[in-house]
Write a protein that binds this ligand. Structure first.
Ligand code: SF4
Length: 329
């Protein structure tokens, strides 16, 4: 198993399938985009499936989350999901997406074995969406969510980031809308993982701000730590439940002591943490005839060195070179 020196065991694998994206969210990357990974740097579909197979059959991984960049841009996505669904034991599989193109692919992904989706949507206002993402695709995202729900990729979880002066007044509206559509809403604190390195702690909307805003319209009752387990989101029952709302507060209420995540980048690097500044290469071993056992050994060694937490509160905190768009949620 993927154990670290703090006794945590990673059972949740996040796989970035590409660093490319078809949106340009202001809190993530510049308008012109980034220098994308070259084709030969990217893992092939077969290499990705092999690494996931090693993780599931040799390293105790029980959950796989496909991320990006935007994973729907990966041409072989459905085939990768299909092959992973055939693994024994079968991992639970989910996808984190911006929803663009989901209306077209939801049924095929469900048919291939995907269980559910997380879709990013920060606003109900198309004009604000255009300002935030620099693309006029709000309708596509809403259609994508509805298609995912109708295809049975449920629960459809919605990830929303609030930005000062743009959509920070929308928390209660977003929750009311999510309740009406049977979506599970989670707010995510903005993290210092943007490519521009422009993040400022005093410039972000905190979990406290979000809860205060929601309480202007809803009664929130905190769910217990037991219900939470290792999930990143803290959850509150809304108006007595059963509906809930979540907040992922990596900055102001970190949850690293129960972290069960390990990450694989699109170019075959293991990241022990979202904020890791070091990575361990598996692609080299894959492409030089390494055995499954050797690759599993490299992965274990990498996770053994996982740090206690994000280090965000540490004055010596250094933002990782690799941006969120090349790590994935
Ligand atoms: S910051 Fe790192 S250690 Fe903490 S919960 Fe996130 S991935 Fe895990």
């Amino acid at each position: 198993m993927l154990l670290d020196t703090y006794g945590r065991v990673a059972t949740d694998l996040r796989v970035s399938l590409t660093d490319r994206c078809n949106l340009r969210c202001t809190y993530c990357m510049p308008e012109e985009g980034l220098q994308w990974l070259g084709k030969s740097d990217l893992l092939t579909d077969d290499e990705i499936v092999r690494l996931i197979r090693i993780a599931v059959t040799r390293l105790g991984i029980t959950e796989v989350r496909f991320t990006g960049g935007e994973p729907l841009l990966r041409p072989g996505l459905v085939g990768i999901v299909e092959q992973c669904a055939a693994l024994e034991p079968r991992p639970k599989m989910s996808l984190t997406t911006n929803g663009i193109g989901l209306a077209r692919t939801a049924r095929a992904l469900k048919g291939a074995g995907l269980d559910r989706v997380n879709v990013s949507l920060d606003t109900l206002r198309p004009d604000v969406f255009k300002t935030l993402t620099r693309r006029d695709r709000h309708r596509d995202v809403l259609d994508g969510m509805a298609a995912a729900r109708d295809a049975g990729l449920t629960p459809v979880k919605v990830n929303a980031v609030l930005m000062p002066g743009l959509n920070d007044d929308e928390a209660p509206d977003l929750l009311a809308w999510a309740l009406d559509h049977d979506y599970e809403l989670r707010f995510i604190e903005q993290m210092p993982l943007d490519a521009q390195h422009g993040w400022k702690r005093d410039g972000m909307i905190t979990a406290g701000d979000i809860l205060e805003s929601l309480r202007t319209r809803f009664t929130l009752t905190e769910e217990g730590a037991q219900e939470r387990g290792s999930a990143p989101a803290e959850r509150w029952l809304v108006d007595g439940g059963p509906a809930t709302v979540g907040v992922i507060a990596s900055v102001t209420r970190p949850f690293c002591s129960a972290c069960d995540r390990t990450r694989l980048t699109a170019d075959g690097q293991v990241r022990t943490c979202l904020f890791a500044t070091e990575e361990s290469d598996l692609r080299g071993a894959l492409r030089s005839g390494g055995t499954d056992e050797e690759i599993a050994g490299l992965w274990k060694a990498a996770m053994w060195g996982k740090k206690a937490g994000s280090g965000l509160d540490d004055p010596s905190f250094l933002q990782p070179d690799r941006p969120m768009s090349a790590i994935g949620g």
